[in-house]
Ligand binder design. Structure first.
Ligand SMILES: Nc1ncnc2c1ncn2[C@@H]1O[C@H](COP(=O)(O)OP(=O)(O)O)[C@@H](O)[C@H]1O
Ligand SMILES: [Mg+2]
Length: 397
């Protein structure tokens, strides 16, 4: 699938934009702040039903407007008959006002349309997956799972609801000063539910990490020949907030994604029960997938703390390359690639390695402020666009 036509109305800085694309690589040039990222964001929205930059939908609507539309024709590459027409209408005030239609038919569930135009976005903010706290790493795993598993989004929402309910019960217990409430039957019931719903999330995330592990290590060693690389999941109960503590008894098993779910369930339940007193004291649930993490080791050191900026950037790119492979295998179609300013931060050798890793099989959108170094790479641009003064124009090749 590829993006054939895109029409934006009141999207970020664009009042109106009408664009036609072919399957080739598309270069989007423009100075800082002119709307390159905004354009890629609109394609990502079309693909996933959300922005990669914000959870606040109103931010996307052009200032001063109260609605925004994204319309697109998705080409199958097998003739016009199989093309799909997607329309998204956003209204200010509430994200529940969003209307999505595919071929004029309303789609109520996100999972009904998000695999139509799969996409992977590479953005400078990806550095945070490696550098920042665990939530960015959880978000990475969750966003990939949402794209490949129609049920995942619902399961996670369900878990969040149960977690909120357990937390409010815990707060009320602490408030009354009754720390001895730990074997309370209502709390036990929430614990059962936390485990029931949380275990699926943990298993799916570990399965995903197990699946991308080999590929990630291969990509990393193509970028950094000499470094040894490892990546594994960390359970909330094994997390310690010091740079060197990443060992835990189950990790070697988990890394391959081949743990026995039954045992894990028991361990999870035991850890949750053990943490009751502490949870009541801290007024929050300290055990569960909402506190899990994963760690990347480069030469046995945590990349988050000891990796150079360049190594961290490449590690984030390698995670995205793995996402690309996984989407392609699971959805059996080629995702669209959105490369937002990724080349500028890499040295020439790693720029070339990235171009090689991506290959020519994908419709790729590349943004840049500067064309000079791109000319030295083996990128074959089918078209070039310039964003300037809130308008997008096609440049002669
Ligand atoms: N909702 C909005 N309405 C109008 N303009 C917006 C909106 N959100 C962001 N912008 C504008 O978009 C600009 C950023 O565009 P961006 O795509 O990030 O630029 P770049 O070309 O550097 O990637 C900001 O400077 C801001 O002026
Ligand atoms: Mg940008």
């Amino acid at each position: 699938m590829y993006l054939k036509k895109l029409e934006l109305k009141n999207y970020r800085n664009y009042s109106q934009a009408n664009l036609d694309f072919d399957k080739n690589t598309i270069l989007i040039l423009g100075n800082n702040g002119n709307g390159k990222t905004n354009l890629l964001e609109s394609v990502y929205y079309l693909s996933t039903g959300r922005s990669h930059k914000t959870y606040i939908q109103d931010e996307i609507i052009k200032w001063g407007s109260n609605y925004s539309t994204i319309k697109a024709l998705i080409g199958s590459g097998r003739g016009d008959k199989e093309d799909r027409f997607i329309e998204i209408e956003l209204r200010k005030g509430s994200s529940s006002n969003t209307k999505i239609r595919v071929d004029k038919t309303r789609r109520k569930k996100k999972s009904d349309f998000i695999s139509l135009l799969p996409s992977v976005i590479f953005s400078p903010d990806d550095l945070n997956i490696i550098k920042s706290g665990p939530s960015g790493r959880r978000d990475f795993l969750d966003s990939v799972l949402e794209k490949i598993d129609g049920k995942y989004c619902r399961e996670r929402t369900q878990y969040q609801k149960i977690l909120m309910q357990r937390n409010s019960l815990i707060k009320s217990m602490g408030g009354s000063g009754r720390i001895d409430m730990e074997n309370n039957p209502t709390l036990e019931a929430w614990d059962d539910n936390i485990v029931k719903y949380g275990i699926d999330i943990i298993k799916k995330r570990c399965g995903l990490l197990g699946e991308l592990k080999g590929e990630f290590e291969n990509y990393m060693s193509s970028f950094f020949k000499k470094a040894s690389v490892d990546i594994f999941y960390i359970f909330s109960w094994d997390r310690k907030d010091s740079p060197d503590s990443f060992k835990s008894p189950l990790l070697s098993e988990m890394a391959g994604g081949n743990f026995t779910g039954g045992d894990l369930k028991e361990i999870f339940y035991g850890k949750l029960k053990d943490s009751q007193k502490k949870d009541i004291r801290y007024k929050t649930t300290t055990v569960g997938p909402h506190r899990d993490d994963f760690v990347i080791l480069l030469d046995d050191k945590n990349a988050r703390y000891f990796g150079s900026q360049g190594q961290q950037r490449v590690a984030a790119i390698c995670l995205k390359l793995c996402e690309l492979g996984i989407l392609r295998r699971k959805l059996k179609r080629n995702p669209v690639l959105l490369l937002d300013d990724v080349f500028s931060e890499l040295d020439i050798e790693r720029k070339k390695l990235l171009v090689k890793a991506i290959g020519n099989d994908f419709q790729t959108f590349v943004t840049s402020t500067n064309i000079s170094y791109l000319d030295r790479l083996d990128l074959d641009f089918g078209s070039k666009l310039l964003v300037k003064d809130n308008k997008i124009t096609v440049l002669d090749l």
